[in-house]
Design a protein around this ligand. Structure first.
Ligand code: ASP
Ligand code: MG
Length: 420
């Protein structure tokens, strides 16, 4: 059994959905569990619906939702002939449920409504893709993953209840493979024990696919992307980025930690724990080798570069020349936690503490204000944080030339500099 994950970009047009048939034909007869994301930018569009609804602009919310509906119905109409009516019926059930909510007044938390509405993106896309594949002879069983992934009610950042989810996969998903080669379902969403929809955090479908791979003891997980493989840098920032054919989980978790946007960081643990290899492959050219990520040692990696722009440095200094010790640091970290802020870099000095964050202006203003109750705070914006793993002198010099370096940290494998 293999698990496949197709992200939003792989189903963002009629042609892309048709392309799935070509890919899946290469796996004829194999057992596959397939996780599909919402189409293209649907999740972002649904977030706008939630915002309008939560500001009690019901008409606007319904109008925005109508656009999303129309797009999906059009896509279905384009793709489907014999299976259109059945697909349309299923879609209309989802539409009605959402619209019913959109006529209400918001009385609960924002995050609750977010999950009830945003989860529909994956339901729409999987409904269309499943019908289309069936019509094209790639027979598959559509599953509502909310009947499988049990979560807590921490809306927008729900955690999986492993015990119940494990039992659900064992009792309700495994047996399906006796009669079906392909089971197709959603990523990113789940449900509470009261049948409220939940989401697992943006870009969470990779994680869902990894959970399925873990619980099904899959032989591998393949994430189909619009890049040829994992690269040593973001090709949008570095035109000379090169593909990396083999990586291990350690390296990937480190890369994700430093901000490389390759794979959702939560994806690694369920795979690593069961020694399940992860393939990153191109849905545009499936013949390319892509990247394999596994548990084995990998020698000779190229320098891996992560450049984060829009960084903000806060410099906090004691007022009376007292040391910045555990007492101050403890208080600061409590503030970080309460504001859900994660520093990308910190440095401790005798009477000052430096910390670097992504520019989340509102939260940082709150942090600066709260910290200024006990420390002097200075803020510097518009900085870039460069991280190079497996660095050498030439690459470091090349990437920092003409830059003013404000802060530098280095271990044997990794160098980080904050630059102006
Ligand atoms: N559709 C969700 C998002 O865009 C989940 C995912 O695609 O991973 O964040
Ligand atoms: Mg996505």
């Amino acid at each position: 059994m293999k698990v496949f994950k197709f992200g939003g970009a792989s189903v963002n047009s009629v042609e892309r959905v048709q392309n799935l048939v070509d890919i899946l034909q290469n796996y004829n007869g194999e057992k596959l569990l397939i996780v599909v994301s919402a189409m293209g930018k649907t999740t972002n569009a649904l977030e706008k619906v939630v915002n309008a609804f939560y500001e009690s602009k019901n008409a606007e919310a319904l109008e925005l939702f109508a656009t999303i509906k129309r797009q999906h119905l059009n896509t279905a109409k384009y793709l489907l002939v014999t299976h259109f009516l059945s697909c349309e019926n299923q879609l209309r059930d989802f539409f009605t449920e959402a619209e019913w909510l959109l006529h209400d007044k918001p009385v609960k938390d924002y995050d609750y409504y977010y999950d009830q509405l945003v989860c529909t993106g994956e339901l729409f896309s999987t409904c269309i893709v499943s019908h289309f594949l069936n019509e094209k002879g790639i027979s598959n069983k559509w599953i509502d993953v909310r009947d499988v992934f049990r979560t807590d009610d921490d809306f927008r950042d729900a955690d999986i209840d492993w015990e119940i989810t494990t039992a659900n996969v064992r009792d309700n998903i495994n047996p399906l493979f006796a009669e079906n080669n392909i089971v197709l379902t959603q990523g990113f969403i789940g449900a509470t024990d009261e049948n409220e929809s939940t989401t697992l955090g943006r870009e969470g479908s990779d994680f869902s696919a990894a959970v399925f791979a873990n619980l099904l003891d899959a032989e591998s997980l393949t994430i189909w992307k619009d890049v040829e493989s994992v690269m040593n840098a973001d090709p949008k920032q570095f035109s000379d980025a090169i593909p990396i054919p083999v990586l291990n989980f350690n390296e990937v978790i480190e890369m994700a930690y430093y901000g490389a946007q390759i794979i959702h960081p939560k994806t690694i643990k369920p795979l690593q724990n069961k020694n399940i290899p992860l393939f990153v492959k191109s849905f545009i050219d499936p013949n390319l080798a892509g990247t394999i990520i596994h548990n084995k040692v990998v020698h000779q990696l190229p320098p891996i570069i992560v450049l984060k722009e829009n960084q903000v440095m806060l410099q906090m200094s004691s007022r009376d020349f007292s040391f910045i010790g555990e007492h101050y640091i403890g208080r600061l970290y409590q503030l970080f936690e309460s504001l859900h802020l994660k520093p990308n870099l910190t440095q401790n000095g005798a009477i000052s503490f430096l910390c670097v964050f992504d520019d989340r202006t509102e939260k940082l203003e709150k942090l600066a204000l709260d910290a200024s109750a006990f420390l002097d705070v200075q803020v510097m914006r518009n900085l870039s944080l460069l991280t190079i793993r497996h660095f050498h002198k030439e690459i470091f010099e090349k990437l920092t030339i003409d830059k003013k370096i404000l802060l530098r940290q280095q271990t044997q494998t990794t160098i980080q500099v904050l630059m102006q």
